[in-house]
Structures are given as structure tokens and as C-alpha cells.
Design a protein around this ligand. Structure first.
Ligand SMILES: Cc1cc2nc3c(=O)[nH]c(=O)nc-3n(C[C@H](O)[C@H](O)[C@H](O)COP(=O)(O)OP(=O)(O)OC[C@H]3O[C@@H](n4cnc5c(N)ncnc54)[C@H](O)[C@@H]3O)c2cc1C
Length: 475
């Protein structure tokens, strides 16, 4: 290829958590770096995320008296992933989780809320929430840092194809310059050479209905998604075309905390995920009964909801809501979350048999008193209390496509692996476009950890440094 328009040492495709972490690290390692993104604003799905990050053995956990270790985090991730996870990738994420969380604070300057949360499938409190409960808090700091150190971020350029040298190594990319997702025919070819490597960080394909149904035929347009509309698979497909090994593409995560009464991620999950699953109950409106350990991982919960076949009801009382300190105002205003003075009123509003529901709540309350959920084995958290304090809150629950566990195979150096199990020379990848870290099911808050850990590893190695020994902040 002779007619390159531009040349950089490292070319990063995608400006979410993973791409920006990679770009920053490559630049800090001495490379010239450009980040290319097809959209008009940086941040991908990362910017609309909840900003929840998981890490084991942190100072915040110590402050609140929660015992944890990377080994326990590794075990939890492997268990939720049903053992399909690539152990060496999981280990990398778990062992570097504290380091990356601290890096985001010390190096990027990200602020987190002074709390540690517990999500389904984690065996301890180990999830931290960026200030304002949004990934934008982290993305904004990443964008600022990237620009400050001399990374160029160029928007409206979409990956068309990789350019290979005669040996089949990735030498650069062909981009569609002037891309507009409303009219993908617009734009012109732009060839950018990567002196050292290209890093793929193009996120998941939750909004790509043809591609996701080719992997899981249940996930038609009838199932909504929490993802932005541009979370599509074209870059992943290009990578498969040059011989990358696909991993776990049919393992697509549904978010069990979503509401059918609003579009996208919405404002309901702050109630369902942060309150109901820990301190409330989920009942089938047809029977008024619980049917699952509400603190299960996302796959277990979503599969149980799909098996029931209709939206179920999450319920918690005001003591649980108040203890968690989240603002339910937007959800109440939108009517996604509803408030009732009596359990009977809640039952009537959602068409639940009132006597059955009252019996369910009483049974659950007795489990809280005894410290043992004799029906579903849910852990009774030390600060759990019986559901007795009005007003009572309710929300309908129905899963939405949320995360794609599958993607291209990488090794612990973040090199893309081909069908012969060799690294594709000149190509690294990180974040949701890769597969193997989460196996059959990702635990909540582990995506941000993964994106930052493997983003930095990809950036450091792409810049041509020797294999990463430590990811400590550059001084
Ligand atoms: C609503 C929501 C809430 C979430 N909350 C959390 C949470 O609290 N904690 C957690 O751990 N995880 C959460 N997740 C998951 C997590 O946010 C994502 O897995 C993560 O942000 C993915 O980051 P990424 O860098 O891999 O991709 P993204 O952030 O999606 O970035 C990919 C970028 O690549 C660009 N791109 C794609 N294709 C091309 C192409 N062909 N050419 C050029 N550019 C391209 C896109 O425009 C995009 O900007 C959430 C997800 C959603 C949708």
C-alpha cells in the first residue's frame, strides 16, 4: 500500500473506555497515537453506562469492613461465566482490578461515590460508582487526559477494512471519512498507516439485530436493548474476515433489571438493581410468588424471567429505598416505578393476587428475621430488614439486550489471535469487542474493569514496549 494519507505509530479504533485507555497508555509509552471513531461524539456505550466498576481488595472495601481478594473475584467471575471464561484473562482482570481502580483515581482524577455496592453474582460488596452515577465521569477524564498528553481524537470516521502487508500483518486501516450513520453511503476513503499496531476497541453488537439474531435467534427486534443504536458488528466482522478467532458470540447478556415501560437502559434499574435484588422481592404477577434468588447473576435472573414468559414485579419498601440513598424521583415521575400505601394497592395495580402476595412478603420477612432464605437460598445481607414500611415501591421487569460477552479472541498481551491460535501481527484488541473474559455471563461492573485493564495492556504492548509487568501510573 503506497498511498497512505496519514501515519501514526498506534491507531486506535473506538473511543470508549477501552480505546481511550489504550490510547493514553500507548502515548505514555512514547508512541504517536490517533483515536478514530465513527460517531460525532466520543464515548460509545461507555458514556451512557452507570459508571460502576468492580475491584477486589480496595481501600474503600477496607474502610467499610468488606473482606475481599482477587482470588474471590476470579472465582465469582468464573462461576457466573459457567467456566467458559478464559482463566488467564479473568485472572488478569481480577488481579489488576485494584490497581486499575486506583489508577483511575490517581492518574485520571476520576471521582467515585463514597460507597461500595453488592451486585448479583458477586459474593461480596466490591462495586464502586463514578460520581453522578455515569460512565461520562470516567470518559470525560479520559478524553481530557488523552488530549492533554497529545492523543488526537478524530470523529465521524468509520472502519471499512484493515490493510494487510504482503505477509498478512495488519499495516493500517481504511476508514470512511465523513461517515454519517443516518446515511452510511456518504464519505470517502482515508488510508491510515500504523507504524507499530492497530488497536480494535469498537465495543459490542447489542444493537445489531441481524448479527445478534444470527447468534441467538431469540433476540429479535421484539427484545429492546440498553445499547446505543450504533453498537453494531461491522468492525468485528472485518476482524473475523482477516482470520481472527471468534469466541462466545452467541453468549449475549440480557439485563434482568430493565423495565418494559421505558426505552433503553432508562431510570428504573437504580431501583431494581440497587434496591430490589438486595432487599426486596421479585414476584410472578400470575401467582404472587417469588421464583428465584433475586441476588443471582444476570443470566440466571434473565433466563428465569424469560421462562415465566411475561414481565414480573420487583417490590421493596421505603426502609430499603431510604437505606440505599438513591433518587427514585425520575423513575416515579416517568411512571416506571410506582409507589403505594398498602401491599394490597400494589397488588391491584399490577394484577397480582393480593392474598398470595401478602403471604409471599410475610414468608420473605420471616427469612429475613431468621437470616436464611429457606426457599431460594438468597443471602440475607446484614443490613436487610423485613418489607413492612410503607410506602411500598413496585416496578415491572423484563430483560433487554445489554452486553455481548463474545468477540475476537485475545491473549493476555491483548493480541488478537487467529484461527491457527497465533497472534495476528500488528493487531491488538480490548473491551467489549473481545470475547473470553466473561464466558457465559458478565458480572455487573466487571466490564469497566476489563476495558481499562485490557485497554492499557493493549496500548502499552501496541506501542512496542516489552511485555507489561506493571501498569502503575507513569510518573
Ligand atoms: C446503559 C449501559 C449501562 C452500563 N453500565 C455499566 C456499568 O455500570 N458497569 C460496567 O462495568 N459496565 C456497564 N455497561 C457495559 C459497559 O459500559 C460496556 O461494556 C463498555 O462501555 C464497552 O466499552 P468499549 O470501550 O469496549 O466500547 P464502547 O464504549 O461502546 O466504544 C466503542 C466505540 O467504537 C466506535 N465504533 C464502533 N464501530 C466502529 C467502526 N466501524 N469504526 C469506527 N468506530 C467504531 C463506537 O462508535 C464507540 O464509540 C453498561 C452498558 C450500557 C449500554
Amino acid at each position: 500500500m503506497e498511498d497512505w494519507h496519514e501515519t501514526f505509530d498506534v491507531v486506535v479504533i473506538g473511543s470508549g473506555f477501552a480505546g481511550l485507555a489504550a490510547a493514553i497508555e500507548a502515548r505514555e509509552s512514547g508512541a504517536s497515537v490517533i483515536v478514530l471513531d465513527k460517531m460525532k461524539a466520543p464515548g460509545g456505550n461507555s458514556v451512557i453506562s452507570d459508571g460502576g466498576i468492580a475491584a477486589a481488595g480496595t481501600a474503600l472495601q477496607k474502610k467499610y469492613g468488606f473482606d475481599d481478594s482477587p482470588e474471590l473475584m476470579y472465582e465469582d467471575m468464573m462461576k457466573a461465566g459457567m467456566g467458559l471464561n478464559y482463566p488467564e484473562l479473568v485472572r488478569e482482570v481480577a488481579e489488576r482490578s485494584n490497581e486499575i481502580f486506583q489508577w483511575s483515581i490517581d492518574y485520571l482524577g476520576v471521582e467515585y461515590m463514597d460507597r461500595v455496592d453488592h451486585f448479583g453474582g458477586h459474593s461480596v460488596h466490591r462495586c464502586y460508582t463514578a460520581a453522578n452515577r455515569t460512565g461520562a465521569t470516567i470518559i470525560n477524564r479520559q478524553v481530557e487526559k488523552a488530549k492533554e498528553i497529545g492523543v488526537e481524537i478524530r470523529l465521524g470516521v468509520c472502519l471499512r477494512s484493515f490493510v494487510l502487508d504482503p505477509e498478512g500483518n495488519v499495516a493500517g486501516v481504511c476508514m470512511l471519512d465523513g461517515y454519517d450513520y443516518r446515511d452510511p453511503t456518504r464519505g470517502s476513503d482515508l488510508f491510515i498507516k500504523a507504524n507499530r499496531a492497530v488497536i480494535l476497541a469498537t465495543g459490542g453488537f447489542g444493537s445489531d439485530i441481524p448479527f445478534r439474531t444470527s447468534q441467538d435467534p431469540r433476540l429479535t427486534e421484539r427484545i429492546d436493548t440498553t445499547n446505543k443504536p450504533f453498537a453494531t458488528a461491522e468492525a468485528l466482522k472485518e476482524t473475523l474476515r482477516i482470520g481472527a478467532t471468534p469466541v462466545h458470540l452467541s453468549h449475549i447478556q440480557l439485563g434482568p433489571w430493565a423495565s418494559p415501560d421505558e426505552k433503553g437502559f432508562g431510570v428504573g434499574p437504580v431501583f431494581s438493581d440497587y434496591v430490589v435484588f438486595l432487599y426486596g422481592v421479585v414476584v410472578d404477577p400470575a401467582t404472587g410468588k417469588r421464583f428465584i434468588n433475586e441476588l443471582s447473576d444476570r443470566k440466571t435472573l434473565s433466563d428465569a424471567l424469560l421462562k415465566i414468559g411475561h414481565p414480573c414485579i420487583g417490590i421493596a419498601d421505603s426502609r430499603a429505598v431510604d437505606s440505599q440513598g438513591w433518587d427514585l424521583g425520575p423513575g416515579l415521575k416517568k411512571g416506571v416505578i410506582k409507589k403505594f400505601d398498602r401491599i394490597e394497592d400494589l397488588a391491584a395495580a399490577y394484577g397480582v393476587p393480593a392474598d398470595e402476595l401478602k403471604a409471599t412478603v410475610e414468608r420473605y420477612n420471616s427469612y429475613v428475621e431468621d437470616g436464611t432464605d429457606r426457599e431460594f437460598g438468597r443471602e440475607v445481607l446484614p443490613d436487610a430488614s423485613p418489607i413492612v414500611q410503607p410506602p411500598y415501591f413496585g416496578m415491572r421487569l423484563w430483560p433487554k439486550v445489554h452486553f455481548t460477552m463474545g468477540g475476537v479472541q485475545i491473549n493476555i498481551r491483548a493480541q488478537v489471535i487467529n484461527l491457527d491460535q497465533e497472534p495476528v501481527k500488528g493487531l491488538f484488541a480490548a473491551g467489549e469487542v473481545t470475547g473470553g473474559v466473561h464466558g457465559a455471563c458478565r458480572l455487573g461492573s466487571c466490564a469497566i474493569t476489563e476495558c481499562l485493564v485490557f485497554g492499557r495492556i493493549a496500548g502499552r504492548n501496541a506501542a512496542g514496549e516489552s511485555p507489561v509487568d506493571s501498569l502503575k501510573a507513569p510518573t
